[in-house]
Every structure is written in structure tokens, then in C-alpha cells.
Ligand binder design. Structure first.
Ligand SMILES: Nc1ncnc2c1ncn2[C@@H]1O[C@H](COP(=O)(O)OP(=O)(O)OP(=O)(O)O)[C@@H](O)[C@H]1O
Ligand SMILES: [Mg+2]
Length: 284
């Protein structure tokens, strides 16, 4: 299996040199820290604010929920691709992003062989030339499937929160990837912060352990504020970047995207309809 994986990843990496498509994984170690919200909104911003062609893959095998966040019902999923169907037949488009939906259920996880995931990663090269970015939302934890998605990515955004447990799990993920595969292309995003200082402190704490024990110079992707608008939009099955384009979280995410691209941030968008309504109500 390890030989098969190595051969496959070599192939993926060789092909990467020929194209400009960037594979970015979104991972965390700990669950519930905001990976999927980051992946969906980051994809939305890259596509709509920066005009990039984006494929978002829901690679959270067994607990997929990107399709729920974007409010699209799908019959076919990544599972069908893993059982041999063509990727082009499964991808759907919404709000300027192409999405490859995932699937849920314990049976589904047990049915999926690690080798099928490796094959899928290999076949991604067939569609990658259509995209500037392929964003891969991974599962919590660090099993072989998560590892293969990270290894196929030129960079991994590691999402943490200021909670010590989330920082510990982010560290464990980075440590495993470094020790097992000498992979160290990480950018840290500290989510759900009360203020900028809390985000920087959290990053510094993680950075100093990673530098001391793993000899990696850990980069900061950015910090993202805790915002009630996320919960509101998730409940309404809307995307915060679309509905509240000037929420602090969205502006911070636009900054992360602009740094990813090396392009200046987009000009501020005027208040959306929903923001106007909310701001109007606040005045009372
Ligand atoms: N910046 C934020 N402010 C407020 N709530 C947030 C923020 N980011 C995420 N959340 C909330 O945290 C919860 C978890 O978010 P999300 O599903 O994106 O995490 P996840 O890391 O993908 O979880 P899982 O490990 O289960 O896949 C959701 O209820 C979401 O609305
Ligand atoms: Mg998720």
C-alpha cells in the first residue's frame, strides 16, 4: 500500500509542475473548528471577488456537509466517483463555484478503501486543468484518507481556535505530517477569535512549539473573528460571504485570499440587502 501511495503521489507531484492549478487542503485535527465554513467561504471569495475558477471538494468522508451549507441536494457524490463514475458527471455549480459533494454514514466510511482515495487523487489531474484552485475540505482527525488529501496539496490551511485542545490537535496533525512524510507546507488560521490579539497569541503559541520541536517555520494565514452572522447564515442555508460581504469575518477572509493570490484585496462591497435590513433594525 505504501509503495502504491508513493508512486501515485509522485505522479501527482510530477503533473503539478506542468500546470498552474493549486491544490489547497483545509484540515485541523480537532472537529468543529470551522474547516467547512472556511473552505466554502474561501472558495466563494476566490471565485467571486478574485474571478478564479474554483473546485471545492468535500473530502470529509462519512460526515460530508458542504452541500448542506450551500443548500443543494445531490444524488451523486464522491462515493460514486470512488466506485468508478466520472468526476465531471458529479460536479455541480453554485454561486460561481464548482463543488464535488461528499457523502455521509458509518457504512460509507467502512466501504471506502484507502486505495480508492489514492486513485481518486490521481484522477484529479484529469479535471485540474479546468481550475485555478482546488480546495479540499477534509475530515477532523488524521486518518490515511485525510493524509492522502493533504499530501496531494501544495499547501494546507490548518484551522484552529484559541482553545488549548484545538491548538494541541493542530500541533498533532502538523507533527504527524512532518514526521511521517516530511510535509511542512502549512498556514495557520485562527478562527473564532474575540479580537486580533487573541488570534496572534494563539498562533504564537503554536508557532513556538512547532519551531522548537519540529523545526518548521510556521506561517500565519490569518485570524477570523467569532461572528453571530455565521450561525445565522448556516441556519438559513446561506453563505456569509454572499449575504454579509462586509462582516469582519468576511473581510478577514478576503485578506487571507488576497495574500494567497498575491493580489490586492477587492474593493469594499456596498451593503447587501440583508446587511441593510440588519443595520436598519439595529438603529431602532
Ligand atoms: N467564526 C465563527 N464564528 C462563529 N461561529 C463559527 C465560526 N466559524 C465556525 N462557526 C460555527 O462552528 C460550527 C462548526 O463549523 P464547521 O462545520 O465549519 O467546522 P468543521 O471544522 O468543518 O467541523 P467538522 O470537524 O465537524 O467537519 C458551526 O456551527 C459554525 O457555524
Ligand atoms: Mg467540516
Amino acid at each position: 500500500m505504501e509503495e502504491q501511495a508513493k508512486g501515485l503521489l509522485k505522479l501527482v507531484n510530477e503533473k503539478k509542475i506542468d500546470r498552474n492549478t493549486k491544490f489547497l487542503a483545509v484540515a485541523s485535527g480537532k472537529g468543529g473548528v470551522g474547516k467547512t465554513n472556511f473552505a466554502v467561504n474561501f472558495s466563494y471569495i476566490l471565485a467571486n471577488d478574485f474571478g478564479k475558477k474554483v473546485l471545492l471538494i468535500d473530502a470529509d468522508i462519512g460526515m460530508a456537509n458542504v452541500h448542506i451549507l450551500v443548500n443543494v441536494n445531490t444524488k451523486k457524490t464522491l462515493k460514486d466517483i470512488l466506485s468508478g463514475e466520472k468526476i465531471e458527471d458529479i460536479i455541480f455549480s453554485t454561486r460561481g463555484i464548482d463543488i464535488l459533494p461528499g457523502f455521509s454514514g458509518i457504512d460509507a466510511i467502512n466501504e471506502v478503501e484507502d486505495s480508492a482515495v489514492f486513485r481518486f487523487v490521481q484522477n484529479l489531474n484529469d479535471v485540474s486543468e479546468n481550475y485555478d484552485y482546488i480546495i479540499i475540505d477534509t475530515a477532523a482527525g488524521i486518518d490515511n484518507k485525510v493524509i492522502s488529501f493533504i499530501r496531494a496539496s501544495s499547501k494546507t490551511y490548518v484551522i484552529t481556535t484559541p482553545e488549548p485542545t484545538a491548538i494541541m490537535d493542530a500541533y498533532a496533525l502538523i507533527k504527524s505530517m512532518k514526521k511521517l512524510y516530511d510535509y511542512s507546507d502549512f498556514k495557520i488560521v485562527v478562527n473564532m477569535v474575540k479580537n486580533e490579539e487573541e488570534g496572534i497569541e494563539t498562533y504564537e503559541r503554536l508557532r513556538s512549539s512547532v519551531s522548537k520541536f519540529l523545526d518548521i517555520d510556521l506561517q500565519l494565514g490569518g485570524v477570523l473573528s467569532l461572528t453571530k452572522n455565521i450561525q445565522k447564515t448556516v441556519k438559513r442555508k446561506q453563505i456569509i460571504s454572499e449575504v454579509y460581504p462586509s462582516d469582519k469575518f468576511v473581510l478577514q477572509l478576503k485578506k487571507i485570499a488576497s495574500e494567497e493570490l498575491g493580489e490586492p484585496p477587492p474593493p469594499p462591497i456596498k451593503e447587501s440587502f440583508w446587511e441593510k435590513v440588519v443595520n436598519f433594525l439595529k438603529k431602532d
